[in-house]
Ligand binder design. Sequence first.
Ligand code: ADP
Ligand code: MG
Length: 458
Amino acid sequence: IWNNCLDIIRGEINAQAFKTWFEPIEPVRFDQKTLTIQVPNNFFYEWIEEHYVHLMKKALIEVIGSSASLNYRVLKDQQEVSNTIQLNKKIEKDESPDFRNPFVFPGIKKIKADPNLNPQYNFDNFVAGECNRLARNAGLAVAKKPGGTAFNPLVIYGNVGLGKTHIAHAIGNKTLEYFPDKQILYVSSEKFTNQIIHAIKSNEIQDFLNFYHQIDILIVDDIQFLANKAKTQEIFFHIFNQLHQDGKQLILTSDRAPKDMQGMEERLISRFKWGLTADLLAPDFETRKAILDNKMNKEGIELPPDVLEFICYNIKSNIRELEGILVSLIAQSSLNERKIDLMLTKEVVQKFVAQISKEITIDSIQDLVAEHFNLDVDVIQSKSRKRNIVTARQLAMFFVKKHTNHSLKKIGKAFGGRDHSTVIYSCRTVNDLIDSDKSFQLIVEELEKKLTMSLHAI
Ligand code: ADP
Ligand code: MG
């Protein structure tokens, strides 16, 4: 029975979370429709209750039925915590289509449909950074004047784990704050598609359209999911036009820019470009730190600074992963009763990233220095004589000389085909600067620390 539950749970959460929180659980017994599971400690129990109770409910109902209940046994104190999960009440047993005209009761005034917003995703806990400046500002502007800006639709795109869903909800929540009477709806493209399939099957397409035509602010998450779904696209096209024409706001997210959406009808793509397209980029080091800081506060834990920096140095391109590491650390430390130090962190990080860079390379140095000076790597290799670029370039050469075994010739080549005397000159200049300029020295130390962080990982 537990295994069946696990199968369901596995399908709903990411592999890391599953491994962290569900693999350590052991089923103890099952009688009278009550399943008893054993968790390693109290912390586990609380975490699961707080974060996964819905999922557990869902799984249990599917496997055992709605009269099931669940007991926890906490291993450490052999204490049994009973029956926190009451399953008899209505569970969101999937997507009962909510479009069956929740607005209209015969003869009575309009009532509102559930906007389906997650209050946990708001602007207060959305850390601002260069990486999300445009999207964030546009989102805030749209929330103030939904339908009344040039940003219609507002299309936000970015790679997985960079905050699309978060900001989509945040915009919805903010709009709701300003305009509690407007009808907002957040819907994932997947759900939208399922609703259509269902509506077609049960001959309710008109209800479906009526429902969507009454939305004031429509947020559709992950529209790339509509690719190659002709019927869904056609219906969405219809809804889009109607809402846009009525001055209603559309907010869409996608994992790629409109122009790159293969399998999407041209007429839809061209409409996506009517408003503003804003991308979410991977956060820089400081923003990663701020995000992790934020998350630590929320979970009420504190990490030593070197641990924090180590994580942020190694996890670069996915915020969900950044958070995953934190959660995994918390779990590991509670499971093994270890304190969260650099050692434990390395073990955990290593499970996430296939390889932590084992050696310092010219590329990694150029990346690091470019990031610090807010430059493109290309610029460092260019001929530009601009002051800050020259400094960045010289510093990067200095690091390469110091931390790799490359020849002067090779180094010069990697920096836009300069000759070896330029490299020597650069290293000397940097050394002089370190001696004469205290703040420069601090920058060098900071960068050097980041650089060598990756080495400790092994
Ligand atoms: P996506 O939808 O792009 O795959 P999500 O919106 O699900 O990404 O974000 C992944 C995780 O990262 C979420 O837990 C989210 O809260 C968090 N996150 C993303 N961007 C930020 C940010 N700027 N500040 C704080 N947390 C963020
Ligand atoms: Mg998402």
